[in-house]
Design a protein around this ligand. Structure first.
Ligand code: IVH
Length: 680
């Protein structure tokens, strides 16, 4: 008999509910997925021993999100179940043995694939045309997100092929690639909003936005598809089904990785034994960091879809598949100190300085503590032994501490009242989680971070002008504002430690080069609140030049697709602040040139007005450059091949787009031909 009392059991149930609420309703889980899974397993284990204790309100009876508020609810034709979780070698072996028994055969083919850390979605197509998308919800009833799904760039609104069922439902995952997730959190940090705990919450949070315009702004949501809800004779094998999905134009993990030029992992494989499955899992885990999106394990499915259908479900899970979960990469180490960062907009973030520790192959000596609310709630103290985890595969964060190992004399961390950089009293906007330093003009750290941002990759991209050099320039008093960078002299730069003739010339040359820039880069570099790379591009495309951007009214800004109230207000304020305008004038006086996009007038050029798709790798230039050149000639670069495509340019390792181009009879150009035509 178990040593748990009914009271223990009820307490565990309450804990699970509380974590469900934090996770699904508030988007701020307090424990890692791993800890959550373990807690739930414990509840399940007790329920097996004491079925008499199980009540209707046990979290095992209904686990899942509530439908999104404000969306129409839709009942799924076939429930969207979840997968049974496996954690160990034994779990995988047991699954394979179970399959052998159920199917009464010794050789079984499995399809093993990546388990995307996203949000399950079901999409309906009628006669090859997109009609509806529904989230998983609680598995039985989901939310209708048809409009929002349309804004995902890699989601096709039409399928191609002669053999597509008239009514076709496909299931897959909506997710946010890692880079976009990091960028989104950086922007949220600047805005003083709570950070998304992982890419899955970020994807759910973004898809949930009621206004499709808002979703479009986060165009980094992507999707892949991997299954259909019912067995039909047309689709007999899982492996072949996924190939078919990509053939008719639906993105799959395979096509997504090919497009990202990621070849280290074969994302979908056909295997036969537990050993092969475990080897695959090991290889995926080893290369997990290289993937452009977060995964939390692999999924193992019977390849034979008729058998998968025949053995049915347990009610909650299909019998013919399991998810082998990777444990979140965690490590324990000592937190030597808590330091405070002041960002370029004044947001104050606590950061843990750690005794260096190895985490998933890299040495970590700093991790985020998110914000002071979290720090207080978890009572992290300087000197604590803490557990760090790669947040959603990306940013290391402190997730727990061990109070047992704590020095008796330690005391709770005191939340600062003044800015560590300029000693101004900190403020807290009731709508924001973050504390802020309001001293925009005089706070050294804010000024420094604004300057660093101005010169950074997303800003003017000034080579050789990184954090250290900028810090030295500011400390010496040579740079106080953006325009000072443009008027730096040789004499000044040579005064910096370690700067000799060559390094001085290199820095001055990169500054000179950066003076010629594009409008979107410049907007981004200014560091206007709420403006990220994508919004800067939207603004630049609309305005075309700085003068018209400066003259936009708030209403004109609001009329730009993807620009909401906050952005419009912030941009308007910025360009109506005499101090900012004065600085922009100084920049122009010091040599800033904003290049306007060249627009082609040669209507006779073969690319003029034509839709052109690039696939594979070009030797002579990157994809962005090629697209820019096409646009300059009056052509329209596009991502997917359809009947309306005029040319497909094929580089090395071209993917399924080439196949499609052949199928539709689209004109195919190799790189040489492409270059020749461009020169005409
Ligand atoms: S197959 C019974 N394949 O994992 C559901 N699911 O716990 C069968 N997921 O809700 C789904 N990657 O959101 C399948 N390659 C993959 C997956 C995958 C991620 C998610 C999906 C589902 C959850 C199951």
């Amino acid at each position: 008999m178990s040593s748990y009392t009914q009271k223990d059991y009820e307490q565990f149930c309450d804990e699970v509910w509380e974590h469900n609420r934090l996770y699904f309703q508030e988007n701020r889980p307090r424990i890692s997925d791993d800890e959550y899974d373990r807690l739930l397993k414990k509840v399940e284990h007790i329920e097996k021993l004491h079925p008499e204790w199980v009540s209707q309100t046990s979290p095992t009876q209904r686990i899942g999100e509530k439908p999104f508020e404000g969306f129409k609810e839709v009942t799924h034709d076939a429930p969207m179940l979840s997968l049974e979780k496996a954690f160990t070698k034994d779990d995988v072996e047991n699954f394979c043995n179970r399959m052998k028994k159920l199917l009464e055969t010794k050789t079984i083919a499995y399809c093993a694939e990546l388990k995307m850390d996203g949000l399950a979605i079901s999409c309906h197509f009628k006669n090859g045309r997109y009609v509806r998308a529904v989230t998983r919800g609680d598995g039985k009833v989901g939310s209708d997100v048809t409009q929002n799904m349309k804004t995902l760039q890699n989601f096709p609104l039409r399928l191609f092929g002669d053999d597509i069922p008239d009514e076709f439902e496909v299931r897959g995952e909506v997710f946010i690639p890692k880079k976009a997730f990091e960028r989104m959190n950086e922007e949220r940090q600047v805005e003083g909003l709570p950070l998304w705990a992982n890419p899955r919450n970020a994807a759910a949070g973004s898809l949930k936005l009621l206004d499709p315009k808002e979703v479009a702004k986060r165009i980094d949501l992507s999707c892949v598809f991997y299954g259909i809800p019912h067995y039909t004779k047309q689709f007999k094998h899982q492996y072949a089904l996924e190939e078919y999905l990509s053939m008719i134009g639906l993105p799959t993990v395979e096509t997504f990785l090919k497009q990202s030029k990621m070849h280290a992992i074969e994302p979908v494989v056909k295997l036969h034994t537990p050993q092969e499955i475990l080897e695959f899992a090991e290889n995926v885990q080893k290369n997990r960091e290289l993937l452009p999106f977060a995964i939390d394990g692999i999924v193992i499915k019977l390849d034979d879809l008729e058998a998968y259908d025949r053995i049915g479900t347990t009610g909650k899970h299909p019998r013919g598949a399991i998810a082998l979960k990777f444990s979140a990469e965690q490590a324990w180490t000592k937190m030597k100190d808590i330091v405070i960062q002041v960002g370029r907009t004044g947001v104050i973030t606590p950061v843990a300085e750690l005794e260096p520790v190895n985490l998933a192959g890299s040495t970590i000596s700093r991790a985020t503590l998110h914000n002071f609310d979290e720090l207080k709630r978890k009572d992290f103290r300087v000197g604590d032994v803490v557990c760090i985890e790669k947040g959603g595969d990306v940013i290391p964060k402190v997730v727990a501490c061990d109070p047992e190992k704590r020095n008796k004399s330690s005391h709770p961390y005191e939340i600062p009242k003044v800015c560590p950089s300029c000693h101004t009293k900190l403020i807290k906007d009731p709508e924001e989680v973050a504390l802020r330093c309001p001293n925009k003009e005089g706070c050294f750290d804010q000024i420094l971070h604004r300057l660093i941002h101005f010169a950074s990759k997303n800003g003017l991209d000034i080579e050789h002008l990184g954090v250290k050099v900028m810090e030295a320039l500011v400390k010496k008093g040579f740079v106080k504002r953006f325009s000072d960078i443009f008027s730096l002299t040789k004499e000044q730069v040579e005064k910096l430690e370690g700067f000799k003739e060559k390094s001085t010339n290199n820095l001055l040359k990169s500054i000179e080069d950066a003076k010629k820039t594009t409008l979107s880069r410049f907007i981004m570099a200014l560091g206007i609140r709420y403006i990220g790379v994508q919004t800067a591009e939207l603004l630049a495309n609309k305005a075309q030049n700085l003068k018209s951007l400066e003259s936009f009214t708030e209403d004109q800004l609001l009329s730009i697709e993807g620009v909401g109230n906050k952005v419009a207000h912030s941009v308007y304020e910025y360009f109506h602040d005499p101090k900012e305008l004065e600085e922009i004038n100084r920049l122009v006086k010091n040599g800033l040139v904003i290049e306007t996009k060249k627009v082609a007038h040669n209507v006779d050029h073969p690319f003029y007005g034509k839709t052109i798709v690039l696939t594979g790798t070009l030797e002579s230039m990157g994809r962005t450059k090629a697209k820019e050149l096409i646009q300059e000639l009056g052509g329209h670069p596009s991502e997917s091949v359809s009947k309306n495509t005029d040319f497909v340019v094929v580089g090395t390792e071209a993917g399924s787009k080439l196949e499609k181009a052949k199928k539709f009879g689209v004109k195919i150009l190799d790189e040489k031909e492409f270059l020749q035509i461009m020169q005409q």
